[in-house]
Ligand binder design. Structure first.
Ligand SMILES: [Zn+2]
Length: 60
């Protein structure tokens, strides 16, 4: 029984791990300004300080 429960929790934590990693990789370059211009991270969005482009994080 314990083994079954562990397996289930493990798969859930793996899902969150992937999601967390994706959220961490938010250092994105501005699609308007191009390479070298990174977007500033905010709680729920990314903004470009150069052109003002804003991209919201995809949340369910
Ligand atoms: Zn920009």
């Amino acid at each position: 029984m314990t083994g079954k429960k562990e397996k289930k929790e493990k798969s859930v934590s793996q899902f969150y791990k992937i999601e967390g990693d994706a959220l961490k990789r938010t250092k994105r370059e501005c699609p308007r300004c191009g390479k070298g211009v990174f977007m500033a991270e905010h709680k729920d969005r990314l903004t470009c300080g150069k052109c003002g482009f804003t991209e919201f994080h995809k949340t369910k």
